[in-house]
Write a protein that binds this ligand. Structure first.
Ligand code: BYC
Length: 328
């Protein structure tokens, strides 16, 4: 059977068979690959999620990147440099995964800088002290691990495979954040206060990273049916809380939620409700740093135009030099 990717017009009446094949592949927990036929909605949903994920990695370089020149030691500077560079790599794998679905990378970047595509709300909060670098590693990369490890089993092959390496690196990032905080907690009273202050500011925005609650998440049901998402937003948020509470105890910090307590009956923590209005405001562009993040991204894009021009000219020159029919 021809399961090569086609637009509905090209399937010429064969679509029900192709749809059945697609449904059976999903039901068997097998992967959809770029050349397989897929429903347009599946393709659009993946491009939306993967592009937003890629944009988040690239914008996510900014809050921590601001501290590279102010890192307190050469060791911390080298670590932070490597981490921020990893985020750039994650963005590039993800843009490549989106390209396998027929998306154009320049178009996706254009959509981001024109504000037509989203990126994670978490990167619209300021990094006020070096403790924020540790807390981002602990909370933000910790949340990323909870959200992204299940994406290694996502039904779309290139996305799932990209996530394997990304998750390994996120895991390393989370540990460097926690290790930095442990060092600060063994330091002076001022250092311990800096950590607690950073924890207070980042806790609720980190819970919001998982998206709106399930009953207000328009995409979840379909994305879970297609096995793009494996767990709901609330389920992953709950896992993150359960994972983080004992780590906070060990570190000696207080999570800023008076409703947080262990529920013996449910075998999970109860916790308070994030401010969903705040999440919606930040997603719509009205967070503390949205303007700054977008301005910097636009400037970087404009300043990088000579690199893109040079790379295009170099590729054209190489292509002209290659003998006709040569295989690279
Ligand atoms: N921020 O129906 P829903 C990282 C949007 S990178 C902004 O639940 P879905 C890291 C959502 O897009 C972190 N927007 O959507 C990087 C949708 O809007 P549209 C990024 C959000 O897709 C550097 C609408 O709200 N991680 O960890 O089923 C350094 C309704 O939501 C947010 C990923 O991208 C938000 N927090 O579920 C360190 C992971 N939440 O598109 C770390 C992959 C929701 O309909 N993505 N929205 O206009 C996902 O897992 C899912 O896309 C989400 C949302 C769970 C985020």
């Amino acid at each position: 059977m021809n399961t090569t990717r086609s637009s509905p017009a090209e399937t010429d009446g064969a679509e029900p068979v192709l749809q059945q094949h697609f449904d059976a592949t999903i039901a068997r927990d097998q992967r959809i690959e770029p050349r397989d036929w897929m429903p347009e909605g599946y393709r659009r949903t993946l491009i939306r999620q993967i592009a937003q994920h890629a944009h988040s990695e690239i914008i996510g370089m900014q809050p921590e990147g601001e501290w590279i020149t102010r890192a307190p030691s050469l060791r911390r500077k080298a670590i932070l440099f490597a981490k921020v560079q990893d985020e750039a790599g994650h963005g590039l794998y993800l843009y490549s995964a989106a390209e396998t679905l027929g998306a154009d990378r320049a178009d996706l970047t254009g959509r981001l800088i024109e504000g037509r595509q989203k990126y994670s709300s978490i990167f619209n909060y300021p990094t006020l002290s070096f403790a924020d670098v540790g807390v981002i590693g602990w909370f933000v990369d910790g949340a990323a691990i909870c959200n992204q490890v299940p994406l290694c089993r996502s039904s779309y092959g290139p996305y799932a495979r990209a996530m394997v390496r990304i998750c390994k690196e996120e895991s390393f990032h989370q540990r460097q954040g926690y290790e930095l905080l442990m060092t600060m907690m063994r330091g002076t009273r001022e250092q311990r206060e800096m950590v607690q202050d950073a924890v207070n500011r980042w806790w609720w925005p980190s819970l919001m990273m998982f998206g709106p609650p399930d009953d207000a998440s328009p995409n979840s049901a379909q994305s879970m049916a297609w096995k793009i998402k494996r767990h709901s937003n609330d389920e992953l948020r709950r896992r993150f809380v359960d994972m983080t509470v004992p780590q906070a105890e060990k570190l000696g910090v207080t999570l800023p939620d008076p409703e947080l307590r262990w529920n013996e009956e449910r075998g999970h923590h109860d916790f308070g409700t994030p401010d969903w209005d705040e999440l919606m405001r930040v997603i719509k562009g009205d967070g503390p740093c949205n303007d700054q993040r977008m301005e910097r991204r636009r400037t970087a894009h404009e300043e990088g135009s000579w690199v893109r021009e040079a790379a295009t000219a170099h590729a054209a020159k190489q292509a002209a030099r290659e003998p006709k029919g040569a295989v690279a």
